[in-house]
Design a protein around this ligand. Structure first.
Ligand code: WTA
Length: 658
């Protein structure tokens, strides 16, 4: 177990006895009741067949699961469907075309767009026709690098509609990160915009694409959405305005039915080695589980609820719970472009008040930031429309859970703490709001149809009251199918530690009732503001700088962001003795190599790094330094004076992140 896990466990003490039972009306009217657990336990596959029946299929599947060649699963084998048709057309055909699909809110005040399901059908059809005109066909990869604007959703669904495979790259990633993803997938078309609004000003996106293009010779078209009106450089051979290519297209497009296992998208995420992993999701199973879980865990009543997930579409949460899940369910959603504090710190609560949001999904980091700003801010707004609050991305500490429930949820709303991963595609462990009591800090139990265990090193299930590693013992519909182009790494990373079981890389504890508490990563993956970052990837970025000889990166506990990136570097002789300038240079370098989100909060220039006798960097000790803790036992160090040298020889800086 990592140290982080034990700390988390300690901070949970004193709250374990608090339980919030489901409100009576919710328990009575919930979409999913207690019996679902029993039904799924009795016949898991029949349960997932029923979930898939909520979708509209071109041809029904012959076999629900093919698990003959583990870990390569096939779900709903022989079935065909179109994801975009399921997210749009079928609602229009069912007579709800006038229902709002997206209430889009731009960051500048009064910037609004209201998009009904009928509008979405027209827009997605036009974009699909435009992509076809640009030569994109079934199976072709398309890179999407856009801010939080409706065209992002439209682009994804247009790809899905024609069977193209999208890869959305988070706007906070650098040009270099874009290059890696475009080239690994061999994407020939990139969709971007001039920029978007963030923190009260237009921020640019296209320059990063322009820079990337020098290293992506095979990209033939960059489709550019005009969002901010900023000046952009233009390459006549390659760049096309979205409005020139899309606006004049026909609103008619007949969706083709694709195989259930047809690739839907690839989402890159950080792993414990340097290279990001391309997680492949396919169509039928992914859509079935993301839609079912959204409907079940948020108890979605599409006629009356207004749902808002504050994640960025560039992450898996945005894929499953802004785009595919909610739209497949015919939900009305809010989508917001900007930051929570622009133009004032009550912006989110103002949006909830304006649209009478009833279901809200965000990350613990955001909640902790709001806690810091003070409860007076949400108290100024009418939040009485809220009925369920969700949390995702990192462990929610009990204090944040209780603050969220009390100050945002008026002490009425259940809080659903949902554990899942880019790899799982959909929620796996979470309370059901009409069934399961909430305990602050606990994700409670595996959802119906999901088999999770907490095991020790040997793979034995741990007893209640103990901790271990989280594993998933049965395949599930939305599971990743492989890592793009790397079946071996897929097997090694997830399926080799406990043969036959999926190793999640998270520590977990079972309390005395058998309920689950997720404790964070047990590998070299950090979780900063709910974003996954790899320590080794940042170390490689630092070492690629000519002045750096060696580096070690740790995730240090941070009150707001959960963890923060702290780097230790040994400089090359010729670099001199460090100082503020080099630290700034290195921070900028990491931002350039990976993206601003990876920029270390703190870089310490040290004379040496603590290593075990076998030469492994002792990150635990470095984390103690980063967190100003007493170092404890250092006897396994090759040279136990190293830590003193580090502490006395340390120079560097602590810089507040933006
Ligand atoms: C962490 C985000 C505790 C976990 C959907 C996991 C959580 C990683 C929770 C996946 C939660 C996510 N409680 N930890 N409710 N949700 N995590 O791929 O460490 O960006 O392995 O997917 O986030 O992050 P990813």
């Amino acid at each position: 177990m990592s140290d982080q896990s034990s700390e988390q466990t300690l901070s949970n003490l004193g709250h374990e006895d608090r339980r919030f039972e489901p409100p009576e009306d919710l328990a009575r009217d919930a979409n999913v009741k207690e019996e679902a657990y029993e039904r799924a336990a009795k016949d898991r596959l029949a349960f997932w067949e029923e979930a898939a029946e909520r979708l509209t299929w071109g041809k029904r599947w012959d076999t629900v699961l093919d698990w003959d060649d583990p870990p390569f699963a096939k779900w709903y084998v022989g079935g065909t469907l179109n994801a975009a048709y399921n997210c749009i057309d079928r609602h229009v055909e069912a007579g709800t075309g006038d229902r709002v699909a997206i209430h889009w809110v731009g960051e500048p005040e009064d910037d609004r767009r209201t998009i009904t399901y009928a509008d979405l059908k027209d827009e997605v059809s036009k974009a699909a026709n435009a992509l076809i005109e640009l030569g994109v066909g079934k199976g072709d990869p398309v890179a999407i690098y856009l801010p939080m604007i409706p065209e992002t959703v439209i682009s994804m669904l247009a790809c899905a509609r024609i069977g193209a495979v999208h890869t959305v790259v988070f706007g906070g990633f650098s040009s270099d990160a874009l290059v890696t993803r475009i080239n690994e997938l061999d994407a020939r078309v990139v969709i971007t915009s001039d920029g978007g609004y963030r923190r009260g000003a237009p921020s640019a996106l296209k320059p990063a694409v322009d820079e990337a293009m020098a290293k992506c010779p095979d990209v033939r078209t960059v489709l550019v959405v005009r969002r901010t009106g900023q000046d952009v450089d233009w390459n006549d051979d390659r760049d096309r305005w979205w409005h020139d290519v899309v606006d004049g297209q026909s609103t008619e497009h007949e969706p083709e039915q694709f195989d259930s296992e047809h690739p839907l998208y690839v989402m890159y995420t950080s792993g414990s080695t340097g290279k990001p992993k391309g997680i492949l999701h396919t169509t039928g199973g992914y859509l079935a589980q993301s839609a079912w879980s959204h409907w079940a865990v948020f108890d979605l009543k599409p006629e009356t609820d207004v749902y808002w997930c504050s994640a960025d579409i560039g992450w898996v949460t945005g894929h499953s719970y802004i785009v595919y899940g909610p739209l497949a369910n015919g939900a009305t959603s809010v989508m917001y472009e900007g930051t929570p504090d622009t133009p004032h710190k009550g912006r989110w609560w103002e949006i909830i008040q304006e649209f009478k949001v009833s279901l809200f999904y965000t990350a613990p980091t955001a909640i902790r930031t709001c806690m810091k700003w003070g409860k007076e801010i949400p108290a100024e707004f009418d939040l009485s429309s809220l009925r369920i609050l969700g949390s995702v991305g990192e462990p929610i500490n009990p204090e944040a859970y209780i603050w969220y429930r009390e100050n945002i949820g008026g002490n009425r709303t259940p809080v659903v703490d949902t554990w899942w991963q880019t790899e799982t595609g959909a929620m796996m462990i979470s309370p059901l709001p009409g069934v399961t009591a909430g305990k602050p800090g606990s994700a409670m139990r595996a959802l119906p149809g999901i088999s999770a265990l907490v095991v020790d090193e040997q793979g034995e299930e741990v007893p209640d009251g103990s901790g271990g590693y989280l594993v998933l013992t049965e395949p599930w519909p939305a599971m990743l199918r492989t890592l793009w182009g790397d079946d071996e790494r897929f097997k090694d990373t997830y399926w080799s530690r406990y043969p036959g079981w999926y190793f999640a890389g998270d520590g977990a504890k079972k309390d005395e009732d058998g309920d689950l508490w997720l404790l964070g990563r047990v590998d070299d993956v950090m979780n900063v503001s709910g974003h996954r970052l790899s320590t080794t990837e940042i170390e490689s970025a630092l070492i690629s700088h000519p002045k750096v000889a060696e580096s070690a990166v740790v995730g240090a506990t941070d009150d707001t962001t959960g963890q923060a990136v702290v780097a230790f570097v040994i400089l090359r002789e010729e670099a001199g003795d460090g100082g503020q300038e080099i630290v700034e240079e290195l921070r900028t370098h990491v931002a350039k190599e990976i993206g601003k989100i990876a920029r270390p909060r703190q870089i310490m220039v040290v004379p040496e790094l603590p290593k075990t006798r076998s030469g492994k960097i002792m990150r635990r000790l470095l984390r103690d330094v980063a967190e100003n803790r007493d170092m404890g036992d250092v006897t396994t160090l090759t040279d136990s004076t190293v830590m003193d040298k580090i502490k006395t020889g340390m120079s560097g800086s602590k810089t507040d992140d933006e």
